[in-house]
Design a protein around this ligand. Structure first.
Ligand code: NAI
Length: 263
């Protein structure tokens, strides 16, 4: 999608981190943007901040793990902007780092429902609309380097991100004839609130968990340090804007980690 100005975007997980940076970056290109997120307070603050910067944005509270919630957010976005061209299925949660024998089924379901089914729900809700308006469009699905490299104690997250890569690769071939592009975003460590994902765990998966509430875990502490020292989300978003314009399937933001995939 070469021309972005005047078109409209829908971004999930947009109240924080990479999603907020994506919303801002596409708004800076002259797009109208619907910010969707499960965390209502943070969402309202982010929408307000982007409006103060002069951007044409709106917000909708949406749980991407719930197909009905995504369908409703899609209808609201189309009603607000007329047509949606760009869908960023970005919302994601980290889950807890622990021994595989101790990962609860609730944790498995929560991470897969948000990170994988969130993408499925976003594609399902918007694809008929993108095909119908015929102006072309683009899906950006946020995976991770964890979509290529497995790690200790991260099985649900790794499974969800490998699946996100697989879904995106398949979708790219399927949608190319319709003029609809696909990008799968595969960052390494980025400075966001991902290690505090438990703040948004709904009651049906066991409820919220404060960062640091779990028993001390050296891997989790190392991950928190890597995230604190990670890439600026704005730099990640700039790469995504370029990839959408160039219709590039993969965005790797950390070249030294990309090398591990090839080796
Ligand atoms: P973040 O925690 O700062 O932002 C995630 C956003 O998703 C939050 O605003 C949160 O409220 C929202 N969210 C959580 N559950 C949701 C749900 N059920 N429905 C709707 N929104 C929901 O974290 P970050 O890092 O910005 O995460 C964005 C994406 O980037 C995720 O898919 C994550 O897996 C991915 N990623 C992050 C990396 C990092 O180092 N920060 C590295 C690689 C990938």
């Amino acid at each position: 999608m070469r021309d972005l100005a005047g078109k409209s975007a829908f971004v999930t997980g947009a109240a924080s981190g990479i999603g907020l940076a994506l919303a801002r970056a596409f708004a800076q290109q002259g797009m109208r943007v619907m910010l969707a997120d499960i965390e209502g307070g943070a969402l309202a603050e982010s929408v307000e901040a982007l409006r103060r910067e002069g951007h044409a944005v709106r917000g909708t509270v949406c749980d991407v793990a719930d197909a009905g919630s995504v369908d409703r957010a899609a209808r609201e976005s189309i009603a607000a902007f007329g047509k949606i061209h760009l869908v960023c299925n970005n919302a994601g949660v980290g889950g807890r780092t622990r021994d595989s024998g101790d990962i609860s089924l609730d944790d498995w379901r929560w991470v897969l429902d948000v990170n994988l089914m969130g993408i499925v729900h976003g594609v399902r809700a918007f694809l008929p609309h993108l095909r119908a308006h015929g102006e072309g469009g683009h899906f950006v699905n946020t995976a991770s380097m964890a979509g290529f490299l497995s790690g200790l104690g991260f099985s649900p997250y790794t499974a969800s991100k490998y699946a996100a890569v697989g879904v995106s690769e398949g979708l790219a071939g399927e949608l190319a004839p319709f003029g609809i592009g696909v990008t799968v975003l595969c960052p390494g460590w980025v400075r966001t609130r991902i290690t505090d994902s438990g703040r948004n765990r709904p009651a049906r998966y066991g409820g919220p968990e404060a960062a640091g509430a779990a028993a001390p875990n050296p891997i989790a502490e190392k991950v928190a340090e890597l995230v604190r020292n990670g890439l600026d989300p704005e730099a990640v978003a700039d790469r995504v804007v370029e990839a959408v314009r160039a219709n590039r399937l993969y965005v790797f933001t950390h070249p030294h980690m990309e090398k591990n995939v090839r080796d």
